[in-house]
Design a protein around this ligand. Structure first.
Ligand code: GUN
Ligand code: FE
Length: 455
């Protein structure tokens, strides 16, 4: 009887801090039965060779091939699961019009569980194939098909955090797609929470219910207050959109007399397990409120380029101590890949720093100290996401879940441009972050179980 369920030998990249990566060269990662990293052992440790030799050649031992590297699985803090069906389309009009013209008609079709199953099965597989091991999902207003999404995550082995969307205000939502009233929205949400908590008992990696008011503009005060109470009663995660665009931010201010962040706080919706998408129009006080309550920003850089009308000063909020992770915002963001979103996070931050209007002098064009590096974007996609959700995920370190991707940079037909011997591992890491395609992601593991493999 061996002490560990599995042992992996290979070189890994993991975040040391929001700014720095750590390179674990030729480590042994020893997993327990729960799929947690019990030990991460460096080659100079006293028992490295004896442990490796004890496991080598057994079915529990996994040695990475030359050209293969380990990264933590990615944590996507913002996915609209039904919108997968329109990804890559319908990005031509402003947020309000986009919701009413394309998105609400699409989401209303998820009343049909067969349609929902077809889309959700495909999405969860696509996210896993892109290295996303944990996803924080908005489903739709429909309790049954939202539960179906949680069941699909449970079965496919993804760590899904799923919300039945609430949108009950008759003045803001079409009759064909809204909760009938506040009371039924709250009753459905509570039934959904109870059902997902029961389902979680069958999923090793965990599935979680999430209290999900779409955003303040779509919800009545009564429902927002009730949702805050439900989140406290059942100790759930909370998600919504906050200060995303001029229109969304201005609408909340006009209706409540408060800025979005304060209004969400007053409804009981900010806390350590809260994640707010976008947050482009936060001010210093809002950011302080986020830091104080432990509320995280789900940064969605691709989507923001289409709908937010601005670049969020993400470096400033990270420096201020706000928790930040990365979100795809499928389908406001067209890509299901957090690699693509990490790349865009860097690019957008560079454009904010340098500015974009060439008719202005260079020193008046941008916002100084706004850029983030690809290492920082990697932190957001991994450890930052784990901290946002207050879960032990996003790092390849002792005590963390074995959520990992094995990336092959030497794959025939999808080789990364690494030539000769001895390229520094930090450069290889950067090439992985910028150039990896789904073909390079050979295996994906969640909580010690393999959930995706390419032949
Ligand atoms: N605000 C309210 N709903 C949505 C949505 O579905 N996507 C985005 N990007 N913003 C929203
Ligand atoms: Fe969104």
């Amino acid at each position: 009887m061996k002490a560990f369920a599995r042992v992996f030998q290979g070189t890994a990249f993991t975040a040391r801090s929001p700014k720095e990566i750590e390179i674990l060269k030729d480590y042994l990662f020893c997993l327990n039965e729960q799929g947690v990293i019990a030990r991460a052992i460096a080659p100079d440790a006293a028992d490295y060779a004896s442990l490796r030799d004890a496991y080598a050649g057994t079915a529990q031992y996994h040695r990475l091939a030359p050209g293969q590297y380990l990264l933590p699985g990615f944590v996507d803090l913002h996915v609209h699961a039904p919108q997968w069906a329109q990804s890559g389309t319908a990005l031509d009009i402003p947020l309000y019009d986009w919701l009413h013209t394309y998105t609400f008609p699409l989401e209303s079709k998820f009343a049909d569980p067969d349609f929902a199953a077809e889309v959700y099965e495909d999405l969860v597989s696509a996210l896993l194939a892109n290295g996303t091991t944990t996803a924080l999902y908005f489903a739709t207003i429909h309790k049954e098909s939202s539960l179906l999404l949680a069941e699909i995550c449970a079965r496919k082995g993804q760590r899904g955090l799923v919300g039945k969307v609430v949108m009950d205000d008759p003045a803001q939502n079409p009759d064909y797609y809204r909760d009938a009233d506040a009371a039924s929205a709250l009753a459905d949400t509570e039934a959904f929470i109870v059902a997902v908590k029961a389902l979680a008992k069958t999923a090793k990696q965990g599935v979680y219910p999430v209290v999900t008011p779409r955003f303040i503009p779509s919800c009545t005060d009564e429902v927002l207050k009730g949702l805050g109470e439900l989140a406290a009663k059942h100790d759930t995660h909370v998600q919504s959109h906050c200060s995303e665009s001029d229109w969304a931010h201005g609408h909340v201010l006009a209706r409540t007399g408060k800025r979005d962040a304060s209004a969400l706080r007053d409804f009981g919706l900010l806390g350590d397990k809260s994640v707010m998408a976008h947050c482009n129009f936060l001010d210093e006080d809002d950011a302080a409120l986020f830091a104080e309550t432990g509320t995280a920003i789900g940064h969605c850089p691709i989507s923001n380029a289409y709908f937010a009308g601005s670049v969020i000063p993400i470096a400033r909020w990270i420096d201020k101590g706000v928790e930040v992770g990365l979100g795809s915002d499928v389908s406001g963001g067209y890509s299901p890949s957090l690699y693509d979103n990490a790349r865009q996070a860097v690019i957008s931050s560079r454009m904010l720093e340098d500015g974009v209007d060439p008719s202005l002098p260079a020193d008046a064009r941008g916002v100084p100290a706004s850029r983030i590096t690809i290492d920082e974007a990697f932190y957001l996609a991994t450890a930052g996401g784990g901290e946002a959700l207050s879960l032990p995920i996003g790092r390849l370190a002792e005590g963390y879940a074995w959520d990992a991707q094995i990336v092959d940079i030497a794959l025939a037909g999808a080789r990364l441009p690494v030539f000769g011997e001895g390229e520094p591992l930090h450069e290889i890491f950067q090439k992985i972050m910028y150039l990896v395609r789904p073909e390079n992601i050979r295996e994906v593991w969640v909580q010690g179980e393999r959930v995706h493999a390419r032949a």
